[in-house]
Ligand binder design. Sequence first.
Ligand SMILES: NC(=O)c1ccc[n+]([C@@H]2O[C@H](COP(=O)([O-])OP(=O)(O)OC[C@H]3O[C@@H](n4cnc5c(N)ncnc54)[C@H](O)[C@@H]3O)[C@@H](O)[C@H]2O)c1
Ligand SMILES: [Zn+2]
Length: 688
Amino acid sequence: MTAALDVAARIEALRRELHHHNYRYYVLDDPEIPDVEYDRLFRELAELEAAHPDLIATDSPTQRVGAAPRAAFTEVAHRVAMLSLQNAMDETEMRAFDDRVRRGLGVAAVAYVAEPKVDGLAISLLYEDGSFVRGATRGDGQRGEDVTAQVRTIRAVPLRLQGDGWPALFEVRGEVFLPRAAFDALNERLRAAGARTFKNPRNAAAGSLRQLDPRVTAQRPLNIFCYGVGAWDGELPAATHSDLLAVLRGWGLPVSPESLVVQGVDECLAYHRRLAERRDDLPYDIDGVVFKVDDLAAQARLGFVTREPRWAVAFKYPAQEALTRILAVEFQVGRTGAVTPVARLEPVAVGGVTVANATLHNMDEVRRKDVHVGDTVYVRRAGDVIPEVVRVLLERRPDTAAPVVPPTQCPVCGSDVVRPDGEVVARCSGGLYCAAQRKEAIKHFASRRALDIEGLGDKLVEQLVERGLVRDPADLYGLAVETLAGLDRMGPKSAQNLIEALERSKETTLARFIHGLGIREVGEATAALLAAHFGDLDALLAAQPAEIEAIHGIGSVVATHIVTFFAQPHNREVIERLREAGIHWPRVVPTQPTAHPLVGLTFVITGTLSRPRDAIKAELEALGAKVAGSVSSRTDYVIAGQDAGSKLERARALERPILDEAGLAALIEDPRAHDESLKRPSSAPIGD
Ligand SMILES: NC(=O)c1ccc[n+]([C@@H]2O[C@H](COP(=O)([O-])OP(=O)(O)OC[C@H]3O[C@@H](n4cnc5c(N)ncnc54)[C@H](O)[C@@H]3O)[C@@H](O)[C@H]2O)c1
Ligand SMILES: [Zn+2]
């Protein structure tokens, strides 16, 4: 007695739950749980109902299709019901389907049409005298939503048919879908706008088509494949489903290029396997292959059960979405120091592979999705992209769930992690030392505009780091000829050349050295300003943020980057070792507030430069110079960019010194050059 009551209660609970999920899925296009979870509940209900037929109710989710139309749309009554499909989850179930079909028809083998089951939503297109007149969603199978205006925005739907021979009135059915790339782009836009994103392309297609404002639909590049017909005036112009598809194609209706006639169940299985291999490469999501009895007369003999035809089956692929638990959130350090959260998952099968990690992008994303360690999450993996945590199931959060705490220290090297205001990405500040950033740091240090180590190309740096010969830029100066000569594509000669280039690079300038350290956002110009201001490295190492920020042309964010960089003990160690290796530079006379190197000099700026003229003007004024609007005999320097016109001509006529941007950087870096140039007669202009 209690057992029977328990069953009835369980059936009731399952129905309530499934109704709720149907509403989220079909009406809101925003499912709470992945399909596999839904299917599990659905199967449990179907089994209980099969064992207790007296408890079946006509409003049970097992007896119906989809959900009733939304009241906001005009309702459309389907002349021929739009049904669902029976499923086969594996080879055994696929063979069982074929057995039922053969027994039903009393034949030894059956020809089927194979069609990819594109993951979108079913649509009915009504044509009258060759013109598109109405589009409708499936709804609950009997009544759908009138989406004519929305369907008109889909370019692939012909508003007027080609050729001839169509009946006065007929209905074609197909699947509207959103290609995966368009789905990614759409979610990106929604995320940027702070709006709710779609879980997958299917929900995005349904949500886009079921927009009350067709202008919104028009912005989403929906597509369609037609796979069948509904109401039809008169005789069908074909005896088989494959011929019918050919007729539709001839009228200009898009049919999947993958559809194919296959003979018997073994060819069905082979087709299913072949398409599985290409699943990730298709530009749209598919969740299986639909096999349909090709002979239309045979289809009619087989007929229907409650919610699905007996002559078709959806042979499913492994689901691309699943539920699992977050065991931990770890932080990975990228090549350029970006620190990214990664979820370690209880391993789960998604899209045919076992997934144990999923990206969480950045801390903003972690907060937006409210991810806690211990949470049950909805993960998705489609195409060849990294699996993603789509959503947290808050109702399944355990009491022990812990918020994600971003690290303050780099998990690789222990340096401080910083995240400047307004930036999304947190970064490790141990650029010179951090193992995750090694290759990039050394490549930059050796580059032409930094220490200019000739012959030390990217490939060679990679080799040196991968073989453990070099861990930071200072290690370069301890390399021996014999070690280098043993590397790929290196001989004794090139090894010797590299050693000599390393030797030459030791004689550099302070600005190049600062630039070579690879401090975030410190490029050549900023390095030159720092060198000019501080004069020597120790003064810079001891500088407070306020002093750096006071230098014209350097903002607070960059000042923070500089101070944080020099505050890392590991970075300092590398700098010390570089100095011990013998790297040196000519002393720079530091800029004193009272003795700016350019005090009293007048500049004129003309032409197009790499930075706004105002920025250069501000920089010059900070160094004590005046910037004038026109060239005269009292002009000390003319800074000329691209396409300079009359001012440049006048400077030449007056024989004033002309500098390009590099010349200006050199002057700021080493103001003594100015004294030199002033000693020269001003009749020797710099530049051409
Ligand atoms: N996650 C949730 O909360 C939730 C809720 C409700 C339903 N669902 C999911 O929806 C599915 C059930 O929905 P359904 O009844 O629409 O069935 P279905 O999607 O499994 O199969 C029927 C549909 O397949 C589509 N289709 C694609 N290609 C086709 C082709 N070549 N020929 C014929 N049809 C083709 C049509 O739209 C058709 O309506 C299940 O996978 C279920 O998990 C999920
Ligand atoms: Zn680090």
